[in-house]
Design a protein around this ligand. Structure first.
Ligand code: GLA
Ligand code: ZN
Length: 683
């Protein structure tokens, strides 16, 4: 498939930062130094204009593009490209005051004052009118500018609820489109409970946490409404600059937006990554960061994404933020590339002198100049990326997918279960993902509505909500030879949060060959035991522990792999497999320990014929990833531990930087990394 719009974007690995030129207009020597330093650090791109509305339109209808013209020209002169942002993330104060209806209203009906950023109502017609006007002017002005590389819509769209009349009107219209009539809505939300029945649309106010159907739909609406805003502000850009690609920077996915729907309208996915290194277990942080990178790769079906922001050193908003140890910046940067990013970009280029983020780390600090450890580290990353240009054309073909579904997460957040304290949905998805990550087997992170057919193994932890059609697609996947894994808390409610009757995991009961009768919930201090069954096909051995959840299930057509070994349910099945069609469907009934998951997935991978033949068994602390293009396979080896590590690699590889043949054992220093290349045998 050809993607002409991203051809130029992906012609090299991008290296750059958020750059706030407009904060330094009265110190020309600082600006001149910036461009010298950008070249010294091997930067080729800057994200600009992100919070510049007040500088671009200082008074309503009076525009001041002069400084941006100058910035764009200077970028081009210095061989840098611009990722140009639309300014919607921070309205100027004149706008909030002239049009109070652009400010959000809280649950008590009070309108917020103008403050901070991302402080506007996504439904406000006048806000949309103002932002599309300035976006059109930006597009017209820079459409042929050589520096313009990529549009950056707004900044970190969020799901900020607003209770104004515009939002309520939109929400009620959204509900009318979804349900048609009030009876259908009343049925879907089970409103005869606690006398919640509605007799007119106008009665519906999304302020009742106890009405879960309402709350999930409100979240869906907020997400759709922000998407609608995004499309409105993108429209003039698409019209005036049809060849310029568009992105918006996503965040870690706990923001209440269904990013999958946003990604459909973007040419490239991008995100802002701020892992908390060196505060505890770096290995878990590395695994979680890998999970998020893989999610961002999956948004566009495996196409490269961009690491739009990362801190070259510390942040200022995480309470504690530790300095990156020697090697860590390079390692974290390379990890993004290893998982499919075509860029390493930072927040921010230069530390601002004032404002809330003045102590946030930057490539150039208040100290100034390039004689700093951070600047040297950034420069090293830049030179590394220059030597890895061919990686831009590679992709990652993951045989495994972990379903981590946002709507399921929203539904679980509201669910009042007997064991509500330790739901930990995302953490659970990551614990399952870890088994693949630690073996160097690439996994996509997908939603419950993603296409499953390209995977060998699909893992769906805690898929509590099964929207119409999901179970059918999973069933078809298994029938056709796929391997599927489900766990406790699966298949309990439909998309309206109405429970299934007749035995969870209701619509998956036939595929999994089991049904659940009861659920035991344990306190955080309690654990239970599971024992492997003799001769089980996954080669599980001995005893394992579980915590928090123990579902009591009955097998129908499934075979038992492990059974409970504690409490009154000792002997009941705890893990099962069902042969279904040409595939296998596994069920894990309890929240097991990591050892169980490691052994379980080693067995699953063996049975499904999934592995990474390029590297030997990876020592604890090391991860490996492969990007390939048919001719070459780039093998990224990453040591997230504070010890030296040795990794055995397949013969016939060479160093991607120096071209030298690699030894059978590659030694990585603490927080060290290496890139090897393997030419394809069929090339
Ligand atoms: C976010 C924002 C940036 C900045 C950084 C600080 O990612 O997009 O504008 O505030 O955080 O870490
Ligand atoms: Zn509103």
């Amino acid at each position: 498939m050809q993607f002409p719009r991203t051809q130029r974007l992906f012609s090299r690995l991008l290296h750059g930062a958020d750059y706030n030129y407009e904060q330094w207009l009265d110190t020309p020597d600082v600006l001149a130094e910036d461009f010298r330093l950008m070249q010294a650090a091997h930067c080729n791109v800057m994200s600009v204009g992100i919070f510049s509305w007040a500088m671009l339109e200082p008074e309503e209808g009076k525009y001041a593009f002069g400084w941006l013209d100058q910035l764009m020209d200077r970028l081009a002169e210095h061989g840098l490209s611009a990722i140009l942002s639309t300014p919607s993330a921070a309205p100027p104060v004149w706008l909030s005051q002239a049009y109070p209806e652009t400010r959000r209203v809280n649950t008590n009906g009070q309108r917020d004052p103008h403050r901070r950023r991302q402080n506007f109502c996504f439904s406000s017609p006048i806000y949309r009118q103002k932002i599309t006007a300035i976006n059109r002017l930006l597009a017209e002005r820079y459409k042929t500018h050589p520096a313009l590389l990529l549009w950056h819509l707004s900044n970190e769209y969020g799901s900020y609820p607003c209770h104004c009349e515009y939002c309520y009107t939109n929400f009620r219209a959204w509900l009318q489109r979804r349900y048609g009539d009030l009876d259908a809505l009343n049925r879907a939300w089970w409103t005869n409970f606690w006398s919640h029945r509605y007799s007119s649309w106008a009665q519906i106010e999304p302020v009742d946490e106890s009405n879960h159907g309402l709350m999930i739909d409100w979240q869906r609406f907020i997400s759709d409404n922000v998407l609608d805003f995004m499309l409105a502000e993108a429209a003039p850009l698409r019209e005036v600059t049809p060849d310029v690609p568009i992105t918006t920077n996503f965040m870690q996915p706990d923001v209440g937006l269904n990013y999958w729907r946003f990604a459909e309208h973007l040419d490239v996915a991008s995100w802002d990554s701020y892992p908390r290194w060196h505060q505890g277990d770096d290995l878990t942080i590395a695994m979680q960061t890998a999970f998020y990178h893989d999610l961002h790769r999956s948004y566009k079906q495996g196409r490269p994404f961009l690491l739009m922001e990362s801190s070259p050193t510390v942040t200022n908003w995480q309470g504690i933020s530790r300095l990156k140890k020697p090697g860590m910046l390079k390692l974290a940067s390379l990890q993004a590339i290893a998982h499919g990013s075509n860029s390493v970009q930072y927040f921010q280029w230069r530390q601002s002198r004032g404002g809330e983020e003045k102590f946030h780390g930057a490539v150039v600090s208040h100290l100034g100049g390039k004689q700093t450890r951070v600047f040297r580290d950034v420069t090293e990353v830049g030179s590394l990326l220059q030597r890895l240009t061919d990686v831009t054309q590679t992709t990652i073909a993951a045989p495994v997918a972990v379903i981590y579904d946002f709507e399921n997460e929203w539904a679980l957040q509201h669910a009042q279960l007997p064991g509500s304290l330790y739901k930990n949905y995302r953490e659970t998805c990551q614990r399952h993902y870890r088994s693949f990550w630690q073996r160097g087997v690439p996994a996509d992170v997908i939603s419950a509505v993603s296409d499953l057919s390209k995977y060998r193994v699909v893992v769906a932890p805690m898929l509590y909500m099964l929207a119409q059609g999901t179970a059918e697609r999973i069933e078809a996947f298994v029938k056709a030879g796929g391997t599927f894994v489900a766990t406790y808390l699966t298949g309990m409610v439909n998309e309206s949060d109405l429970t299934f009757l007749g035995g969870y995991p209701a619509p998956l009961r036939r595929t999994l060959g089991i049904y659940a009768e009861e659920m035991d919930s344990l306190t955080d201090q309690q654990t239970g035991r599971i024992a492997a069954c003799d001769g089980n096909m996954l080669e599980l051995r001995g005893e394992y522990q579980f915590q928090h959840y123990a579902e009591l299930i009955h097998t129908e057509t499934a075979h038992v792999l492990a059974a409970y070994d504690s409490d009154f349910y000792a002997g009941n099945p705890a893990a099962t497999v069902n042969q279904y069609g040409d595939g296998q469907a596994y069920f894990i009934a309890a929240r097991t320990d990591d050892q169980f998951l490691t052994d379980f997935y080693d067995g699953v991978m063996r049975c499904a014929g999934v592995g990474n033949e390029l590297v030997g068994a990876l020592p604890m602390g090391v991860s490996a990833s492969v990007r390939s293009n048919g001719q070459q396979r780039y093998v990224f080896l990453m040591n997230f531990s504070d010890r030296e590590q040795q990794i055995m690699v397949q013969t016939g590889m060479r160093g991607a930087m120096d071209g030298k043949p690699a030894d059978a054992f590659v030694t990585l220093p603490p927080y060290g990394c290496a890139v090897l290349v393997k030419e394809s045998e069929n090339a």
